[in-house]
Design a protein around this ligand. Sequence first.
Ligand code: CTP
Length: 412
Amino acid sequence: MKILLGITGGIAAYKSLELTRLFVKTGHQVQVVMTSGAKAFIQPLSFQALSGNPVRDSLFDCHQEAGMGHIELARWADQIVIAPASAETLAKLRMGRADDLLTTLCLATEKPIMVAPAMNRLMWSNKATQENVQILKQRGFEVLDPEEGKQACGEVGAGRMPEPQAIFEHTMNAQQQRQHLEQRLLDVRAFWQNRSILITAGPTIEDIDPVRFIGNRSSGKMGFALAEAAQKLGANVTLIAGPVQISSPPTIKRIDVRSADQMFHAVQQHYAGKDVFISAAAVADFKVAQKSVKKIKKQAQEEGLLLSLVKNVDIVAWVAEQENKPFVVGFAAETDHVLEYAKEKLKRKKLDAIIANEVGEGAKGFESNRNCVTLITKDGLQAFEEASKKQLGFQLLDAISSLGFNKTSVCN
Ligand code: CTP
């Protein structure tokens, strides 16, 4: 692996000599980049001797740039490790500054970045530093927890850089996990390649008169995330969408509908020959028995307005009853008894799988960009940690691909 090791200003910089040695000893290539603060603590020559490469420390040095330009250097690395990472560097990374070589490299790369903070305990626990760390984590940086103990400044607390061996092991484990994930992604992609999938998403709207309707709070985000993930995994995607304000890539065949009847009609036209049907739409259970052609006037309703509602077709249950049906996955959005109700729906609607999620006050579900779901089949359940709907889209398709169905068994 090609490791770009960033050293910033801190007394722990001396420990990074040992870290360099561990990387080199195990066959990795190391290119050290030092900030001016780091050079106040330790000589570049020591890192040069251990890494076997000249140390880079300047963004504007013609000689260094002539060897390998900073953008090339950012591309060269498989992994960036910053150890020690000072409070100043964390703040600069959070702000996206590029006023030295190291921060510029971090801005110019999509490669994984691991940071091992090291600083005085009060600097570490300061809200500013903690906020910087949180934001960096959200952006995908791996931030190692500093160790507790006696500090160089004489104080005792959290802020010591982890030992070189621990940083080395973290780096190796992170690489292994990435390789594992990449392999998994290839497998999932191979599974979905050229499979055809039908997804419904969003709410349906039931008109009362030309200006009023009955609707629900579904945003369509989960269904659209599944459609986009499926398309990225190589599937042929047909998306039947209720009224939502979300765009979709042109490679997804999208059919916009308004009411449950229209959605049912579209599903009837498109379910045949599909490998999988995912019913993520929040289909209205009822429609108005007699839609008024004209706007209903308030004045004419002395006693209040009584609406007569009739049941809509249960679309997912209908698909599940068809011969040559696809693999059918429903959703159960519940405010309470989530798993219990979802299992009951799985059975009653004769689904192959159901994705349960909690909705309502305080829950993620509707309208949110994040969700927390459980995939249930007759054989068991798989709970997913709270994640963005986009991430869950991939995770759910990965899990569905493991449920043991294939095109031939579906079609026979
Ligand atoms: N569904 C459907 N057609 C309907 C109602 C629901 O296809 N007319 C699908 C949804 O897309 C979802 C699953 O059925 O995949 C469960 O929907 P949900 O509204 O939770 O269940 P209901 O059967 O409507 O039960 P209730 O509203 O009483 O909880």
